[in-house]
Design a protein around this ligand. Structure first.
Ligand SMILES: [Zn+2]
Length: 86
């Protein structure tokens, strides 16, 4: 299955969290790797999107859509970090 990068999640993050999270650093709960959300490997299906760690392939983010609602599971993330806090 072909993947795209984490920028594909920008619209879903904006809808769910009111912000574009793709510039933040994501820490993988499985391997501890830290990388920009934009660098996730995103696999899209008819039901939603899955964002996987670029280092160990663990599932970090699941965005699902059903019955006109969108939900996010972030259980594979240890942390999200903003590069600068203002
Ligand atoms: Zn990982």
């Amino acid at each position: 299955m072909q993947h795209v990068d984490g920028n594909a999640l920008a619209g879903a993050f904006a809808d769910l969290f009111g912000a574009d999270l793709t510039g933040m650093l994501a820490s993988c709960a499985e391997c501890g790797a830290r990388a920009p959300v934009a660098g996730l490997m995103v696999y899209r299906t008819a039901m939603g999107s899955v964002g996987r760690c670029g280092h160990c392939d663990a599932v970090l983010v699941v965005i699902a859509e059903r019955s006109g609602r969108r939900l996010a599971s972030l259980t594979g993330l240890r942390a999200l970090e903003a590069s600068q806090v203002q």
